[in-house]
Design a protein around this ligand. Structure first.
Ligand SMILES: [Zn+2]
Length: 304
């Protein structure tokens, strides 16, 4: 992504119907097409493109690649499908989260995907890829349209962003709690479902295969709850709490965790591209405000 290595993955599942899991953003197009060509997958060969969710670092390149690989069927959760066909709202929401200029430089342009080639999926659906298949696990939390995919051949699970970001050359795990949909309890339930179903490795979108399923799930839950509680108690202590103050709190926490995971001097540059403190702070503030509003309404409802 944006000329940097080990940022965002695209996985090729070999077989009689070759399938790509995740496309990356359109700024990764050349890397993905070169990679596929190097593995012997030509223009007419790619049969499927499957995405865990529609955030642009995962699926921003779908429309562009659909043009390059005219035989590929595109698979996405039913809540994400409309946004691949018409990316206008998705692009606008990304610009709100990252700022227009940064969104453009990270993710590039977003081409609409042809609707007749899109198949919408939900929990329990099986995507047949000829000799192997992917089972869809609905795993919301990071986003309401997020799925994980269980590979029939290896028992590995493609987990998207459900567990957060863990780059293999740095080995720091940082949560990914972006607005507008991040939900702590839902995210934790999804991680538990992934843990239950993973028979071998976890394939993170950022980045690579992680064989330590239990340890990674445990750490992910601890980190998500830790970050959420930090933000929740700061918000509770003062109504006036501003975004910058929350960002500083998460930065302090993230720095300590990086030291814990990787020792001093960890290069966190790419983490800031993928899952910045500011984006995570905004997502967690929104989560708590929505949750408290819901709880207040419920309390009102039960009092009357
Ligand atoms: Zn995401």
């Amino acid at each position: 992504m944006v000329g940097r290595d080990l940022v965002t993955s695209a996985y090729l599942l070999r077989g009689d119907e070759p399938a790509l899991v995740e496309t990356g953003p359109s700024t990764s197009e050349q890397a993905v097409t070169d990679g596929l060509a190097g593995l012997g997958v030509g223009r007419a060969d790619l049969a499927h493109v499957v995405v865990t969710h529609i955030h642009l670092d995962h699926a921003g390149g779908v429309g562009t690649l659909a043009g390059k690989y005219p035989s590929a069927t595109i698979w996405v959760h039913e809540r994400g499908a409309p946004h691949l066909v018409d990316p206008t709202r998705l692009v606008a929401s990304t610009a709100r989260t990252y700022g227009e200029e940064m969104a453009r430089s990270y993710f590039g342009g977003v081409e609409p995907a042809p609707p007749e080639r899109i198949r919408a999926v939900g929990d329990g659906d099986v995507i047949a890829l000829g000799s192997r298949s992917l089972e869809v696990l609905y795993t919301p939390g990071h986003a309401s349209h997020h799925v994980a995919l269980v590979d029939s051949e290896t028992g590995g699970v493609f987990v998207g962003d459900a567990l957060g970001v863990h780059l293999p050359d740095v080995k720091v795990l940082r949560p990914a709690t972006p607005p507008p949909e991040f939900d702590v309890e839902v995210a934790v339930a999804s991680i538990e479902l992934i843990r239950e179903r993973a028979r071998s490795v976890l394939y993170l979108s950022h980045y690579g295969a992680v064989p330590e399923v239990d340890a990674m799930c445990d750490l992910s839950v601890v980190r998500i709850r830790g970050w959420a509680d930090e933000v929740g108690s700061a918000l509770r202590s003062s109504e006036e709490q501003d975004l910058d103050e929350i960002v500083r709190l998460l930065e302090k926490r993230g720095t300590a965790e990086a030291l814990e995971d990787a020792g001093p001097g960890a290069d966190l540059d790419r983490y800031d591209m993928l899952t910045s403190y500011r984006v995570n702070a905004a997502g967690l503030i929104r989560y708590w405000r929505k949750r408290w509003e819901r709880e207040a309404l419920e309390a009102e409802g039960s009092a009357t």
